[in-house]
Design a binder for this molecule. Structure first.
Ligand code: GTP
Ligand code: MG
Length: 215
């Protein structure tokens, strides 16, 4: 008689969350985006904040999305199919071309059109460098997401560059700012795409999104 395996403990299970993803396509203009029948989660943030690295970390692949030391690496909208009932979309970074304040709001036309016209957008993963969190761009995004009633996962990335106390301080400051919006659709995590800090919690939140959307 074969011995039955004991069920995995909840804790063990929680430590093994993963997202399977594969590249679908790139789009250099809004009309080139894939059909919009699948919900989408967009990775947004300043250039060099680590959007592509974060996406790679969450799907457990080193180089699915392109990463570079040179800001401005991601210049197209890159779409990835995955197994959480939504596509992931890696967007070009904001703030690359030494943009003026006005441009900061307008950003680049492609991203602007995507964010404002894409009907199947359900959530934003806002990737910000934890050392420079809540700059005007992040604040604009928070308000925008709030107006649109989207889900927001705010990742305080590069937490590996901060000391323990600095991490606690930035988390507290950001939590206070998001709490003032009074939304139950915003989550904030200390994160490191490089080390994997926060990745399990982020995956759990993303996996839960579709369920929450149907509530
Ligand atoms: N120390 C550290 N470095 C990171 C982390 N995440 C990303 N980086 C580095 O930051 C740089 C930019 O990373 P990308 O993932 O290309 O950033 P991006 O936001 O996609 O950049 P654009 O596509 O130009 O907008 C690379 O050199 C990464 O190795 C992190 O958690 N910790
Ligand atoms: Mg990128």
């Amino acid at each position: 008689m074969s011995r039955q395996r004991a069920p995995r403990s909840t804790k063990e299970h929680e430590n093994n969350l993963s997202i399977e993803a594969e590249f679908l396509q790139s789009a250099g203009s809004f009309k080139d985006c894939p059909t919009d029948e699948v919900p989408e989660i967009a990775f947004v943030g300043r250039s060099n904040a680590g959007k592509s690295s974060t996406l790679n970390r969450l799907v457990g692949r080193r180089a699915l999305a392109r990463v570079s030391k040179t800001p401005g690496r991601t210049q197209l909208l890159n779409f990835f199919n995955c197994d959480i009932g939504a596509r992931l979309v890696d967007l070009p970074g904001y703030g690359y071309a030494k943009a003026s304040r006005k441009q900061q709001v307008v950003w680049n036309t492609l991203v602007d059109q995507y964010l404002n016209k894409r009907t199947n957008l359900i959530a934003i993963v806002l990737v910000t460098d934890a050392r420079h969190a809540l700059q005007p761009f992040d604040l604009d995004m928070l308000r925008w997401v709030e107006d649109r009633n989207l889900f927001l996962l705010l990742l305080l990335n590069k937490a590996d560059k901060l000391k323990q106390q600095e991490k606690a301080e930035v988390k507290k400051r950001v939590d206070a700012a998001t709490a003032s919006l009074g939304s139950d659709r915003i989550s904030t995590l200390l994160f490191s795409a490089e080390r994997g800090t926060g990745a399990q919690s982020a995956i759990a939140i993303l996996q839960n999104l579709k369920k929450r959307l149907l509530q």
